[in-house]
Design a protein around this ligand. Structure first.
Ligand code: PMP
Ligand code: GLN
Length: 384
C-alpha cells in the first residue's frame, strides 16, 4: 500500500476556503446565504441566449489560446474608453477562467523561491497560497484604522531588493474600500525606477458607489507599464458560475503569463466568449452596475439600521462589513457559525482575511441578493 500521509505538502497550512465552509454550512442549515460572494438572481436572459446561439452556430471547439479576437477587441475598446489606455488586441489581453486563474497565472509566471510579494491585509484568500506554492514570501501590510487606509511609508519600508511584486485590490474585498487617485500616485512614485510588477485585482471595477471613480492601475502610466490587471465577467454580469474573466498586461509580461495559461487551461470556454463579445457592445450592460448595487447597499443598510450591528462604510464591491461587538464578545468565527445554525443567516467572519487571523468582531455580508432575501435576512438580524 502506498503511504501518502507523509507526502510533503506544498501548502501545509492550506485548508478549505472560508467561502466553501460557510456556503456549505448555510446549505446544511437551510440558512439565508449572505456569505460567499455571488448573486442569487439571474444573469441577463439575452446573455444566455447569446451563449446558446453560439453553441448552435457551432462555436464548440477550442478557441485561440488567448481568447477570440472579437472579444479581445471589445475588451481593448472598453478599457480605452474608460481608462484612456490602449492595450494591444493580439498581445496584451488574455481570457481566463475567472479572475482566479488570471491571478494564479500572474503569480506563478513571476514568483520564484525567495521572492517577496507585498500583500495588503485583510486580503482576499487566494493571493498568499499562490505566492507560497511558488516558494515566494508574502510580506504583509496591515490596512490602517476604521477606513482601512494604506500607510505608504510602511510600504516603502518593506520594499527591498527581493520585492518582486505588489498586489492591490480595488474596490477591496472584504472591506469595501477603494483606492484613491492619491493612493495610486503614491504607489506609482514608490515603484518608479524599480522592476517590481504590480498585480492589480480589479474584479469589482464596476461595483463602485457614491459617484466615486474607479482608479484602475491602467490609468496611471507608471503603473500600467508594470501592471497585470485582472477582471471578472462573473462579478460584472451576475454569472460567477461561468468562471470567465481576463487579464491585461504589457506584452513582455503577457508572454510569460501565456506559458502558465497554456499549462493550466490552454484556453477558456468558447461559446461564452462569443456571447460576451456581443454583449460588451452595449456599455450600459456594465455601466449600470454601480447604481444597481448602490441601491442594494442602501436598502440593506436601511433594513439593518435598527439592529445592534454597526455598519462600516462600503464604497464598492457587493460586501458590507458590520461590527457586532455590541451583541457578543465571542470570536467572529464562532458567532458566524452560531448565526448560521441558530438564526439561519450565513456571513463571513473577517478574521479569516486578517494577519494572524485577528478577530476584530466583524462579519462580512454579501448584499448581491434579491430585495426579498435582504428583507428576510434583516428581519432575523433585527431580532438579535
Ligand atoms: N478577486 C477578488 C477580490 C474576489 O473577490 C474574487 C471572488 N470571486 C476573485 C478575485 C475571483 O474572481 P472569479 O470568480 O472571476 O474567479
Ligand atoms: N469572491 C467571493 C467572495 O469573496 C468568493 C470566491 C470563492 O468562493 N472563492 O466571497
Amino acid at each position: 500500500m502506498p503511504d501518502f500521509n507523509n507526502l510533503p505538502s506544498k501548502l501545509p497550512q492550506g485548508k478549505t476556503s472560508i467561502f466553501s465552509v460557510m456556503s456549505t454550512l448555510a446549505r446544511e442549515n437551510d440558512a439565508i446565504d449572505l456569505s460567499q460572494g455571488f448573486p442569487n438572481f439571474e444573469t441577463d436572459a439575452r446573455l444566455k441566449e447569446l451563449v446558446y446561439k453560439a453553441m448552435k452556430d457551432g462555436h464548440n471547439q477550442y478557441p485561440p489560446m488567448n481568447g477570440i479576437p472579437e472579444l479581445r477587441e471589445q475588451i481593448s475598446a472598453k478599457i480605452e474608453d474608460l481608462y484612456g489606455v490602449k492595450y494591444k488586441v493580439d498581445t496584451e489581453i488574455t481570457l481566463t477562467s475567472g479572475a482566479t486563474q488570471a491571478l494564479y497565472c500572474a503569480i506563478t509566471a513571476f514568483i520564484h523561491p525567495g521572492d517577496e510579494v507585498i500583500v495588503f491585509k485583510p486580503a482576499y484568500d487566494s493571493y498568499e497560497p499562490a505566492i507560497k506554492s511558488n516558494g515566494g514570501k508574502p510580506v504583509l501590510v496591515q490596512l490602517k484604522g476604521k477606513d482601512f487606509s494604506i500607510d505608504w511609508q510602511e510600504v516603502k519600508d518593506k520594499i527591498n531588493a527581493s520585492t518582486k511584486m505588489v498586489i492591490i485590490n480595488t474596490p477591496h474585498n472584504p472591506t469595501g474600500t477603494v483606492m484613491s487617485k492619491e493612493d495610486m500616485q503614491q504607489l506609482e512614485g514608490l515603484l518608479k525606477n524599480t522592476n517590481i510588477i504590480l498585480l492589480s485585482d480589479e474584479v469589482y471595477e464596476h461595483i463602485i458607489f457614491d459617484n466615486i471613480e474607479h482608479q484602475s492601475a491602467s490609468r496611471f502610466p507608471g503603473l500600467a507599464e508594470r501592471a497585470i490587471v485582472c477582471s471578472s465577467f462573473g462579478k460584472t454580469f451576475h454569472n460567477t458560475g461561468w468562471k470567465m474573466g481576463y487579464c491585461v498586461a504589457p506584452e513582455e509580461l503577457m508572454k510569460e503569463i501565456w506559458k502558465i495559461h497554456e499549462l493550466t487551461v490552454f484556453c477558456v470556454n468558447h461559446p461564452m466568449q462569443r456571447a460576451f463579445a456581443e454583449y460588451l457592445k452595449d456599455p450600459e450592460n456594465y455601466l449600470s452596475l454601480g447604481s444597481f448595487y448602490q441601491q442594494k447597499r442602501d436598502k440593506f443598510l436601511k433594513l439593518m439600521k435598527g439592529t445592534k450591528f454597526t455598519a462600516i462604510p462600503s464604497s464598492g464591491t457587493y460586501y458590507q462589513l458590520f461590527d457586532f461587538s455590541e451583541i457578543t464578545d465571542e470570536k467572529d468565527t464562532n458567532f458566524a457559525n452560531r448565526l448560521t445554525r441558530e438564526h439561519k443567516v450565513a456571513s463571513i467572519p473577517v478574521s479569516e482575511f486578517n494577519i494572524d487571523k485577528k478577530d476584530n468582531k466583524q462579519l462580512r455580508f454579501c448584499f448581491a441578493k434579491t430585495d426579498e432575501t435582504l428583507e428576510k435576512a434583516a428581519e432575523i438580524l433585527n431580532r438579535i
